[in-house]
Every structure is written in structure tokens, then in C-alpha cells.
Ligand binder design. Structure first.
Ligand SMILES: [Zn+2]
Ligand SMILES: [Zn+2]
Length: 316
């Protein structure tokens, strides 16, 4: 029996407590693109000074960045990713792949990725470490792991950040909105694990009814879930993932992997995934669509094309 207001222990939620925040995602993105110093990070993210400084402080405490002095007087620091910070890279690549396919043209710049070892332009794909096949959400089984239990999701007073991110160069606009709202990601987790009815989702996520209704509405408006009527008298609905929603799965998968690596309880992971295709325990990796090799951060180069804004028509 599920205790009230608690949710299943979940590495995704633990990971979201750190990276489920739009400004944080913008900072990570800026860092992948080479920004190190405060001013560079500020220009690239478009965040206000106070907000940027607050998030950088948190990211240093959480162990994703370390501060390295580059000037003594006045004291100045560069923000360099630690291994823990670098490991979020694969989640970001999956966000980027999803954004390129589904984000529409809301993102302000276009990006092309080149895989240096094979020299080709590529799309990052999630693959099974054992059989190397591309992972589809429908081919993954899950079972409770040794670390399963209950935890309290911390209530956040932060308002959902829906407006387009402020950065002049945002690579993942819609993906960052989804990931940046922890409740939405938690709802997606529930639906992915087969929890589809309103009351069940409420119990599974411990989200207040009004917030849940509002988030479900929003997830429909961005097109990742749809409502399906399964009984007419009285009318009852359930929520299903659209194709766009199903393809968001690798983002959560890589986030789960990161959470399992850094926030696992001594007993082990709360959730164990297996790949139905080959039967192996799922070790999800990001591979190059062209040569199928595992993608490492240092092997990727970005070519960024700033999109030229379409001039507004002026009536004469
Ligand atoms: Zn496999
Ligand atoms: Zn390649």
C-alpha cells in the first residue's frame, strides 16, 4: 500500500532535483558550447546575474561544476564541469535529438553535430549496450530493484517556467521546458510505467489535484500526451503518450542512468530495466547514428547556424 504523499523511490526524481530546472539546463548547454567564465555564461544563457550566480553556486555544491581561479586580482573563476557534470551530457544529447525532431522551429538556432571518429554528421541515438540496437520505449521492461521504497517529493514553490528560455541561443527550448518542470517529468514517468488514469497518476506522483489537472492540460497542449475516453457512463479518461511523447523516453532513460550512478541508495537501484530484444539488463548508451559507436563528449563538434530572423512585413 502506498503511503500518502509519498512516491516510489526514483532515480529520475533525484536527478530532477538537480537538473529539472530550466536555468540549470541553459547553463549546462552553454558549458557544452564552450562557455567557462561568468560573463560568457551570462551572454550565452541570457540569464540575469543574480539568477545565474545562484544556480552556479548550487551546481558547485551539487558537484557538477568546480570553480577554477583564472585571475587573482580581482579574483575571477572559471566554471568547469566535473565528471558528474559531464555525465549529464548524454541526457542533453537526447534532449537535443528530441528537440531537433519535435521542437518545431521555436529554437532560435540550428545545430549540426559531427562525430569526429567517423567524420560524419550524425544524430545521437539511444542504444542497448549489449546488443547495440536502437532503444524504443516499447521494448523496455522494468522490475522493482533492491533500492525500491518510498520518498517524499519536495514541494517546490517555483513557478513553472513556460515562457521561451531567455537565451539568445537556446538549443533545446521545448525539451528544457519539459525537463525544467519536475512535475511534468514525474507525470511522464508515471505514464511511461503504465499508470494512465487521473487518480492513479495522482497517487503515483503525490501531486495536488489542481496542479495535476493543469500539468496534464499543458502536456496535451505541447502534444506529448493525449486523452482517451475509456468509459462513457460516467465518462472516464486516461492519458496516453503520443509518438512525440514516446520519443521523449530516451531523455528520461539517460536521466535515470545518471541518477542511478550518483544518487543510488546502498541497497542498489530502485528500478531495474531490461531490453526485451536481447534479454540483457539495460545499459543505455548514446551512439552515433552513422557508425554506431558510443558517443563521448570530446568526440562531438557542433556547427551552429544562427537563424536569420524573418523580417516583419511592413504595410506601405
Ligand atoms: Zn539489447
Ligand atoms: Zn560516428
Amino acid at each position: 500500500m502506498q503511503p500518502q504523499n509519498l512516491i516510489r523511490t526514483c532515480s529520475i526524481w533525484r536527478a530532477l532535483e538537480i537538473v529539472g530546472d530550466t536555468p540549470t539546463l541553459l547553463i549546462l548547454e552553454a558549458s557544452w558550447l564552450g562557455a567557462r567564465r561568468f560573463e560568457e555564461l551570462r551572454t550565452r544563457t541570457g540569464l540575469l546575474k543574480a539568477l545565474l550566480s545562484d544556480r552556479l553556486k548550487r551546481l558547485v555544491v551539487a558537484g557538477l561544476f568546480e570553480k577554477r581561479p583564472y585571475c587573482e586580482a580581482p579574483p575571477r573563476f572559471a566554471y568547469v564541469l566535473t565528471e558528474k557534470g559531464r555525465d549529464v551530457y548524454w541526457t542533453s544529447l537526447m534532449m537535443l535529438a528530441w528537440e531537433l525532431k519535435w521542437g518545431g522551429d521555436t529554437s532560435k538556432i540550428a545545430v549540426e553535430l559531427t562525430h569526429k571518429p567517423c567524420g560524419k554528421r550524425f544524430v545521437p541515438e539511444p542504444a542497448c549496450g549489449a546488443c547495440r540496437a536502437t532503444i524504443d520505449a516499447t521494448q523496455v521492461d522494468w522490475a522493482e530493484g533492491p533500492g525500491v521504497g518510498w520518498m517524499a517529493p519536495l514541494y517546490s514553490r517555483r513557478r513553472q517556467q513556460r515562457e521561451s528560455s531567455g537565451g539568445a541561443t537556446s538549443l533545446f527550448d521545448q525539451a528544457a521546458q519539459l525537463m525544467g518542470d519536475r512535475w511534468s517529468s514525474l507525470i511522464m514517468r508515471s505514464i511511461f510505467t503504465g499508470v494512465t488514469r487521473f487518480d492513479e497518476i495522482r497517487a503515483d506522483t503525490a501531486i495536488a489535484t489542481n496542479i495535476l489537472a493543469e500539468r496534464l492540460q499543458w502536456l496535451q497542449s505541447v502534444g506529448v500526451i493525449r486523452q482517451r475516453i475509456y468509459a462513457t457512463a460516467p465518462p472516464r479518461q486516461e492519458y496516453r503518450l503520443t509518438r512525440k511523447g514516446v520519443e521523449y523516453y530516451p531523455v528520461l532513460l539517460m536521466l535515470l542512468r545518471w541518477g542511478d550512478k550518483y544518487y543510488v541508495s546502498p541497497e542498489g537501484p530502485p528500478l531495474v530495466l531490461s531490453h526485451k530484444v536481447c534479454g540483457a539488463r539495460l545499459d543505455a548508451q548514446v551512439v552515433c547514428s552513422e557508425c554506431r559507436q558510443t558517443v563521448e563528449p570530446q568526440d562531438v563538434s557542433f556547427t551552429i547556424h544562427e537563424r536569420v530572423p524573418v523580417p516583419e512585413l511592413i504595410a506601405v
